[in-house]
Ligand binder design. Structure first.
Ligand code: BF8
Ligand code: SF4
Length: 655
């Protein structure tokens, strides 16, 4: 009885857990059904306060050593390591892990590309030859007079260096604005090859190696840059070449995209090849017939998290929700199969799937989960796996026993703004260029550009910080670009529709209405943050906004992040020159030398810098202040005042 009371006391109001109504509805149902989710566990599992401050070290067995965040210099570890060393080493290992995740994903895409080019995989082809040629040219490969095969072979050879090169500079460093590259060279942080950088990061953070926090941060930067301008960028570019470069497409999101009378299959993870093949399987006439024979009206394929985001921007496949909704969606009882590959897949899914009779399939040899059935995906015969998943989903549909409740919520929006499309959209087919964007920034209609990206987190009210932050930014004429779970948060809030331009400030609204675009542009998955790097580069190269990425009136944020990948992304933006503000918590102790270095000194060295706050309005204020600082440095702060005065006059006259 006492225990029951205890448990009831701990039940948090669902309105404090999420602003996603569909997820909220499913959390209510989960409670009724006695099913536990990450939201519940976050309440009972108190975050370790020492770990949260990054004040502990377990890099050797004289420890683990715990320092005191309230008196950070009061003691050192058994070996003598001080708080700055400990924090920098911990941070370095997070960057290494995040970078490893993206680069391993990118490497898998590159290996797939190689085998496709060599004719060993008939199931995939090069879909976007134009992109193949432009990527090749961007890193100095001659394309004139060469066959597609020759260009592709040369591109493979060149991009392989991203991973295995031991000395030199990664191939995509050729795309970096000259002055930014100059800063990197001066600091000695141009990545050589991702494997080397990750290896060196792990080595230097071993007990008794690098014990100078500034030197460690340099290797953090070099490793993270091997992600942004290496692994992630390869993943994006190769996926575009193989599966198509996104262009705007109207898409439906939220749990209402599930259909009670159809076989529902969700793909959740990160590498697009599984999803691309399953998309073919669900169109296979024999399988469609099998679904009909089982009494279903059809097969409904839906995405979640980042593989979902890629299919959303590339093919307009509906998306059921972001990271904090992956358990909740199973509570509908309507999911017949969930197929996962790698990254951000909660082990808790196995238990929830079991409760509702959903089939959970792992497909990748790098990611198995106890309680999930493994049907391995092989690129050389992908349909073997994906057809089987569809067959098993149909069987589950036939034998559904779970009570079904699908939240009737669907939101529409437009997604798929690759940097190529932004170029075309603003410049038109005659003079594709970033000139109109730059001009609108210079004349002040657009105050600046913000990237709002990253996860959702069980310790935050899901989607709330994302939505409030973005609303505040667009209201202040800041154009927002998005990827990953953040993009889905805003899509569910309706802000990816062109109509949401009415929520933007007068300048941004005018631009959006003229072009017919939303004020929030969805670019894709987390590896597609590399699209933002290229967009920044295009803005620098177009002229008028300074000569390095650090000069641009731009800022970034991951307000509800949870993963080490997000840390790696944040740090490659910082190293590239972008002020980047994180929410939730930050693994650092305020006032330490390491803190000063990350939050102030990096900017003085020509990079960006880190910022932190949990409050969305404060976050917006910090980002806008930074954008205004950059506008002032560029001498374009006055233009904005003039253009806004003009617009006010015009609206008054119209009124
Ligand atoms: O890479 S945003 S929760 S799904 S880590 Fe994960 Fe975070 Fe979502 Fe994709 Ni990115
Ligand atoms: Fe402690 Fe030093 Fe070992 Fe870390 S490396 S656990 S600080 S003794």
């Amino acid at each position: 009885m006492e225990k029951k009371k205890e448990a009831e006391k701990k039940l948090v109001d669902i309105k404090d857990l999420t602003i996603c109504s569909a997820t909220g509805q499913m959390l209510e149902k989960a409670r009724r059904d006695g099913v536990e989710t990450a939201f519940d566990r976050a309440v009972t599992m108190k975050a370790c306060p020492i770990g949260a401050d990054s004040a502990c070290c377990k890099h050797c067995f004289m420890g683990p050593c715990r320092l005191n965040a309230k008196d950070p210099y009061g003691k050192v570890g058994v070996c003598g390591a001080d708080i700055d060393t400990i924090q920098a080493r911990n941070f370095g290992r997070m960057v290494a892990a995040g970078t490893a995740a993206h680069t391993d994903h990118g490497m898998a895409m590159l290996a797939l590309f190689r085998d496709v080019v060599r004719g060993e995989i008939p199931d995939y082809q090069i879909k976007d030859v134009g992109k193949l040629e432009s990527v090749a040219r961007s890193i100095g490969i001659e394309t004139e007079g060469k066959s597609v095969q020759e260009i592709a072979e040369a591109l493979y050879e060149e991009l392989e260096r991203t991973y295995i090169q031991v000395d030199g500079e990664v191939p995509f460093s050729k795309r970096v604005p000259e002055k930014t590259l100059e800063v990197w060279r001066k600091l000695g942080i141009v990545p050589r090859g991702a494997m080397r950088e990750i290896m060196e990061m792990m080595h230097r953070t071993h007990m008794g190696v690098d014990q100078d926090y500034e030197n460690l941060v340099k290797q953090c930067s070099r490793t993270a840059l091997a992600d942004g301008w290496g692994g992630s960028m390869v993943a994006t570019e190769i996926s575009d070449i193989l599966f198509g470069t996104p262009s705007p497409v109207a898409v439906e999101v939220n749990m209402g995209v599930l259909k009670e009378d159809q076989v529902n299959i969700i793909v959740h993870g990160h590498e697009p090849n599984l999803f691309e093949s399953i998309l073919e399987s669900v169109q296979e006439p024999t399988l469609v017939q099998a679904a009909r024979d089982a009494g279903a009206k059809g097969i409904n394929l839906v995405g979640m998290c980042c593989s979902g985001a890629e299919m959303l921007v590339r093919h307009g496949i509906p998306h059921a929700g972001n990271f904090m909704s992956t358990e909740a969606v199973l509570v509908t009882g309507a999911v017949d199969a969930m197929a996962v590959d790698v990254q951000c897949i909660k082990q808790g899914l196995a238990k929830v799937a079991e409760c509702y009779g959903t089939k959970l399939f792992t497909t990748n040899p790098r990611c198995k989960i106890l309680g999930a059935e493994h049907i391995e995906f092989h690129e050389h015969d992908p349909k073997d796996c994906t057809d089987e998943i569809v067959i098993r989903a149909i069987t589950r549909f036939k034998n559904r026993t779970a009570q079904i409740e699908i939240p009737r919520i669907v939101n529409s929006g437009v997604h798929g703004f690759s940097h190529e499309y932004i170029n075309y959209m603003l410049g038109g087919s005659f003079r594709s260029s970033y000139r109109p964007l730059n001009d609108n920034i210079i004349n002040g209609r657009i105050r600046g550009v913000a990237g709002v990206v990253g996860c959702t987190n069980a310790r935050m009210k899901q989607d709330w910080v994302h939505v409030e932050l973005v609303k505040e930014l667009i209201k202040n004429d800041v154009l927002v670009v998005q990827t990953g779970c953040a993009q889905v948060a805003l899509a569910k809030a309706g802000l990816t529709s062109p109509e949401s331009a009415c929520l933007a400030g007068p300048g941004l609204r005018e631009v959006c209405e003229t072009v017919g675009m939303p004020p929030v542009l969805g670019l894709g998955s987390c590896v597609d943050n590399s699209r933002i790097l290229i967009a920044c580069t295009a803005m620098v190269n177009e002229g008028g906004l300074g000569s390095s990425i650090a000069d641009l009136p731009v800022a970034g944020a991951a307000p509800e992040y949870m993963s080490e990948k997000a840390i790696a992304i944040g740090h490659y933006f910082v190293a590239s020159g972008v002020y980047t503000v994180f929410g939730v918590t930050f693994p650092i102790i305020e006032g330490t030398k390491f803190y000063e270095h990350m939050f102030e000194e990096l900017e003085k060295l020509g990079c960006g810098k880190w910022g932190f706050t949990v409050d969305p309005y404060e976050m917006a204020r910090m980002m806008i202040a930074h954008i205004d600082k950059k506008r002032k440095a560029l001498g374009i702060d006055k233009a904005r005042e003039r253009v806004l005065m003009d617009m006010a006059d015009r609206r008054q006259m119209e009124g």
